[in-house]
Ligand binder design. Structure first.
Ligand SMILES: Cc1cc2nc3c(=O)[nH]c(=O)nc-3n(C[C@H](O)[C@H](O)[C@H](O)COP(=O)(O)OP(=O)(O)OC[C@H]3O[C@@H](n4cnc5c(N)ncnc54)[C@H](O)[C@@H]3O)c2cc1C
Length: 395
């Protein structure tokens, strides 16, 4: 182990959170080594939504320009009833929204977002990226952290940031709260050329069709050339403990109850693979000495506010600012970082659960939801101020 590694910060995980942290720390003059378990640094081939809280951070980190040509700015966030097909409400993303939140809402292909972070990391001499380096375990000794990877290689760092996702082994050691909570919500995705989409009612928007224990999201990507589709069901079989939870047959059965034009949209999602959703109850500590957590490793959330990656990116700039403020006292830096991030991320986790139940409502809950939304002003998204106004960006 070369001695020069002693002042490096080690980051386990090269997803959006890990790479954002690497850039934010490098910009503060720190040397960083990112250890990624997969054989290559990359992201899955679907879309991701970015709230106005994230735009200024991406600009600050110098990564927005690279993805800008591929970004799409929807005209509205629309919520429609999947059972009737009728629009319930919308948040217009035009002048009033921009005046309120200062920055736009946009959607982007995950590979374009991750790719922009990756090229920014590759262009900085302070950052070393290593693939096929899954963290297996770590020990803290004499104020440093020794990481052992799955292939037996070892690295000594001044500190360790666990950005190693939902199943984070770093979290297992620091928090030790077992497996994440299995929500029993199953997600199917698909990206299709825009010309293949038959119902074009909301092609310029981000639309959510919410129905009984299900929803479908649609928005355009890559300058509008393709449409991202995400269909989610709350599996009845999962709730009953039956076999085949979330399988394609259950997806079809759930959407059979929807309005025909919503049911027809299932043709755009692939049946080859699904994702089952997890989150965790918020905790009050995710730091141990010179080791801390970031992104999904710290506060995994359901996707219903579309803010998991946004929170990871916010984490990165706050963490880097606290590291810069505390010199080599990583323990204090990490405690100060988590103190700023805990309640905000807990609110995202808990509000996402609530919002999921809200859009998946049925029976009397659906009737109440639809009546309340009918009275809501379209240009008045201010109930989301706490989230979209963002964080005070550190100097
Ligand atoms: C259906 C769905 C839709 C979503 N939509 C949105 C959205 O619109 N907007 C939004 O902001 N968020 C969204 N999210 C959430 C978002 O995808 C995650 O919150 C985000 O990807 C978390 O980033 P991360 O870097 O913390 O973790 P990850 O992206 O999981 O990255 C973790 C990295 O660590 C690596 N790793 C794992 N184990 C190890 C190890 N032992 N050692 C080293 N490396 C390791 C992994 O290979 C991976 O590269 C959505 C999530 C889902 C499921």
């Amino acid at each position: 182990m070369p001695d020069s590694h002693h002042h490096e910060i080690l980051i386990a995980g090269g997803g959006i959170g890990g790479l954002a942290a690497a850039i934010a720390l490098a910009r503060r003059g720190r040397r960083v080594r990112v250890l990624e378990k997969a054989a290559e640094f990359g992201e899955i081939g679907y879309g991701i939504q970015m709230g106005p809280n994230i735009y200024p951070i991406l600009e600050r980190l110098g990564v927005f320009e690279a993805m800008a040509p591929n970004v799409v700015y929807p005209d509205a966030l629309v919520l429609a009833d999947a059972m009737s097909g009728e629009e319930l409400t919308r948040i217009s993303l035009g002048a009033a929204f921009r005046a309120r939140f200062k920055y736009p809402y946009f959607v982007v292909h995950r590979r374009d977002l991750h790719g922009a972070f990756l090229s920014a990391c590759q262009s900085r001499t302070e950052i070393v990226l290593e693939a096929s380096k899954g963290l297996a375990r770590f020990v803290q000794e004499s104020g440093r952290v020794r990481v052992t990877c799955e292939d037996g290689s070892e690295y000594m760092g001044a500190a360790l940031i666990g950005a190693d996702g939902l199943w984070s082994p770093t979290r297992a050691a620091v928090v030790g709260d077992g497996a994440p909570r299995l929500a029993g919500h199953y997600v199917y995705r698909g990206v299709v050329p825009t010309e293949e989409v038959i119902d074009r009612s909301y092609l310029d928007s981000m639309v959510i069709y919410g129905g009984h224990d299900l929803h479908l999201v649609q928005y355009r990507l890559r300058g509008g050339k393709v449409v991202n589709n995400v269909a989610t069901i709350e599996s009845g079989r999962f709730k009953r403990g039956a076999d085949g939870a979330g399988d394609p047959q259950e997806l079809e059965e759930a959407f059979a109850k929807c309005a025909p034009r919503v049911r027809d949209m299932l043709r755009y999602v692939s049946r080859e693979r699904n994702w089952v959703l997890h989150d965790r109850d918020p905790v009050t500590n995710w730091t141990d000495g010179n080791v801390t957590l970031l992104g999904d490793a710290a506060h995994p959330t359901l996707q219903y506010l579309a803010q998991g990656a946004c929170m990871a990116i916010e984490d990165a700039v706050v963490l880097a600012a606290e590291v810069a403020r505390h010199g080599d006292d990583y323990r204090r830096a990490f405690l100060a970082y988590q103190a700023q991030r805990m309640n905000r991320t807990a609110r995202v986790v808990l509000s996402s659960r609530f919002f999921g139940a809200y859009i998946h409502a049925s029976g009397g809950a659906r009737a109440l939801r639809n009546e309340l939304l009918a009275k809501r002003s379209w240009d008045d998204p201010w109930e989301i101020d706490w989230l979209y106004c963002g964080i005070q960006l550190p100097d």
